[in-house]
Structure formats: structure tokens, C-alpha cells
Design a protein around this ligand. Structure first.
Ligand code: ADP
Length: 246
């Protein structure tokens, strides 16, 4: 396990409002991490900064073993480093089959040398089977994405991101709108994905975070309020005060 992403001393002000305030977070590889915090805590802005959508006013965002700064890179360049992001709403191709969706994601590998790694058809087919198994959709490969349940679409999108071999996957509220059974499967998928890469999950649902059973970072007013196991952070009086003490 080594440091993959290091955000340090980052601040971001929008119209005089400090959304991120001297934020420092380190993510290892591999690792599963949950980021929680009340509305407006800065979770989305954190992801926007990591993916290059938002530029911080000050601070460092450093990537990989060569300690490369991500600041100054475009969103596409950052994605090419191996950072994938899953938004809440799944964006799969509804009229294409699950297999076609995964094939499309495989055929568009990231990186400047992507074309050199263009997968052979047999190799691609085997990888699709592998990913389908990882996301629990092996028996759904011939169905169109439009026929899938909300949960299955979310898993398919996770699979499409996995097809890009990200080193870091940022996932925004994966459990939103899911049934209890789907939530459980989602934890399995994310835990499995995080065995070989870094997966950062932003989540509101505490039961879901408990099932993820990973290190938790609590954000509040753009700053890390507490970090550690869920039991550790939820026993912290400051966390109880700002987040749980309703
Ligand atoms: P969270 O995802 O934890 O709910 P956000 O990162 O979305 O928090 O927001 C943190 C704060 O920054 C909020 O008060 C939000 O209104 C503000 N904010 C975020 N993005 C912008 C923006 N582009 N312009 C103005 N204010 C913003």
C-alpha cells in the first residue's frame, strides 16, 4: 500500500464563501475510503478539484509515485492519469446491450498510448466476461441497458469505468435510490474493486458506509473533521455535534 493521491492545504472560495478550507486528504493504493459529511461540507468540490473540474486557490494535489502535481492539467489529462469518476446518475447507452456498453468502454482506453494497447477481439471478449462477473451482470450481457434495474445500470457504469483500468475511482453516492438488496451487492462490488485500486466513495447513507467497512473521512465546512473507522468517527463528539446530533 503506497500513497496514490495527496491533497494538502487546499482551499477554494466561491464568491467569498470558503467551500474548501485548508483540506488535506491522502489516499493510498489500494484502498477503499468513504467520505461523509453534511450537505455543503465540500464533498463534491473535493471531487471536482481532484478531477480538475475546479481549480483550488491554494494547496497541492499530488499524484502517483513520481509526486506529479495535477494542478494545471486539464480534466482529460487527469482522466488519462487513471482517475475515473462516477456521478450519481448512470450514463449508460440505453439501447445497447450490456456487452456492447462494456465493449465500447474497453475500446476507448485512456492515455496517450492507448492505441498501442488496443485490445484484440478475443482478449476484449474475455475482459468483458471478467468485468461482467465483477459487477454481477454475467447473466445480463445480452440485455439492453434500458431493460436493467436502476441498481444494475449503476453497476454497469461502474463496469464501464473499470474497463478503463483506473487507479483511482471516485464514486458519488452509489447507493442512492437502490433497494436494500442492491445496496448490499453494491458494497460487494466496490469492496472487490478496491482490492486492486483506490476507490473513494462519497456517501450519505450511514448503513451503507458501515457495510463498506473501511476508513472514513468526515468533512465539515471544507475541512477534515475526523478520520478513522466508522465507529471511531461516530464516537467523536465534534462529529456527533455537527453531523449526527440531529
Ligand atoms: P457537498 O457535496 O458536501 O454537499 P459541495 O462541495 O457541493 O458540498 O459544496 C460546498 C459549498 O460550496 C456549498 O455551500 C456550496 O453551495 C458551495 N459551492 C460549491 N460549488 C459552488 C459554485 N460553483 N459556486 C458557488 N458556490 C459553490
Amino acid at each position: 500500500m503506497s500513497s496514490l493521491l495527496e491533497v494538502s492545504g487546499v482551499s477554494k472560495t466561491f464568491d467569498g464563501f470558503r467551500a474548501i478550507n485548508d483540506l488535506s486528504i491522502q489516499i493510498n493504493e489500494p484502498e477503499l475510503r468513504a467520505i461523509i459529511g453534511p450537505n455543503g461540507a465540500g464533498k463534491t468540490t473535493f471531487m471536482d478539484i481532484v478531477t480538475g473540474k475546479t481549480k483550488p486557490d491554494v494547496g497541492r494535489v499530488v499524484w502517483g509515485e513520481r509526486n506529479e502535481s495535477l494542478l494545471g492539467l486539464s480534466e482529460a489529462e487527469i482522466a488519462n492519469k487513471g482517475i475515473g469518476r462516477k456521478f450519481q446518475k448512470p450514463t449508460v447507452f440505453e439501447d445497447q446491450t450490456v456487452r456492447q456498453n462494456l465493449a465500447m468502454a474497453l475500446k476507448n482506453p485512456r492515455g496517450p498510448f492507448a492505441v498501442l494497447f488496443h485490445r484484440k477481439t478475443e482478449e476484449g471478449a474475455a475482459r468483458i466476461e471478467e468485468i461482467a462477473a465483477e459487477i454481477g451482470l454475467s447473466d445480463q450481457l445480452t440485455r439492453t441497458a434500458g431493460e436493467l434495474s436502476h441498481g444494475q445500470k449503476q453497476w454497469l457504469e461502474i463496469g464501464m469505468l473499470l474497463a478503463q483500468d483506473p487507479r483511482l475511482l471516485l464514486v458519488d453516492e452509489p447507493a442512492a435510490g437502490m433497494t436494500a438488496e442492491e445496496r448490499e451487492k453494491t458494497t460487494d462490488i466496490l469492496r472487490r474493486a478496491a482490492q486492486t485500486r483506490a476507490v473513494v466513495v462519497v456517501e450519505h447513507d450511514m448503513e451503507f458506509v458501515r457495510r463498506l467497512d473501511c476508513k472514513v473521512t468526515v468533512l465539515h465546512e471544507g475541512h477534515v473533521l475526523a478520520e478513522g473507522s466508522l465507529d471511531h468517527v461516530t464516537a467523536d463528539p465534534m462529529v456527533i455535534d455537527v453531523y449526527l446530533g440531529r
